[in-house]
Design a protein around this ligand. Structure first.
Ligand code: MG
Length: 203
């Protein structure tokens, strides 16, 4: 399986990192080893001094597809979850300055903790979903999918122009403004609406 992550999909977040607001989706990949096994802590990587959380809605592909038209894209997923696109911001900044790829900063082991997945029928409107992250019970970052520059169907259609989507592939759909650092011993909890779907510690 593969993990596809959309970058700069919320205008306010693009601005907070001094990036232009994109005119088409920006994406990158994480390997399967970026998933965090259930009940494991997130191990703070020794190569970074500034690991930041990016809370994101994650969609799970349930059908094989390529060149999917936007009007059919909704048939390719029926479950969503929540995840954290952990980013070594200091390393990412170095990579950006040198014009190098971001994988060291984005795709390291455990950099994609992901919740269990729940049926989309539980939610009234996927384009109006509140989601958030708490660190040590303090609200750190919250967003609503209505602020996405590209919605789930547009993302599925766009990504499938380049990659065959396979059953079990995950798509992180972008983070709202409010990214910030985590520290060793933090407790991280993520919510869609008021449902807590993901919880882990930083070690
Ligand atoms: Mg992200």
């Amino acid at each position: 399986m593969k993990i596809i992550c959309i970058g700069r999909n919320y205008a306010e977040h693009a601005k907070e990192l001094n990036n232009d607001v994109p005119t088409e989706p920006v994406f990158f990949l994480k390997p399967e080893t970026a998933l965090l096994p259930k009940n494991n802590p997130f191990v703070y990587p020794s190569f970074s001094k500034n690991v930041q959380h990016e809370v994101e809605i994650v969609i799970k592909i349930n059908r094989l597809g390529k060149h999917i038209e936007e009007k059919y894209a909704h048939k390719y997923y029926n479950e969503i979850g929540i995840g954290v696109d952990f980013t070594a911001r200091d390393i990412q900044q170095e990579c950006k300055e040198k014009g190098l790829p971001w994988e060291k900063a984005k795709a390291f082991d455990g950099s994609a903790p992901t919740s269990k997945f729940v049926n989309i029928n539980l939610f009234e409107d996927l384009n109006n979903l509140n989601f958030s992250i708490q660190v040590n019970r303090e609200n750190r970052q919250q967003g609503n999918t209505k602020d996405m520059l590209f919605n789930f169907n547009q993302i599925v259609a766009y990504v499938s122009k380049f990659f065959t989507l396979k059953i079990g592939d995950l798509i992180f759909t972008g983070t709202p403004a409010g990214v910030g650092p985590v520290q060793i011993n933090d407790k991280v909890e993520c919510f869609i609406e008021n449902k807590k779907l993901l919880s882990f510690n930083v070690k």
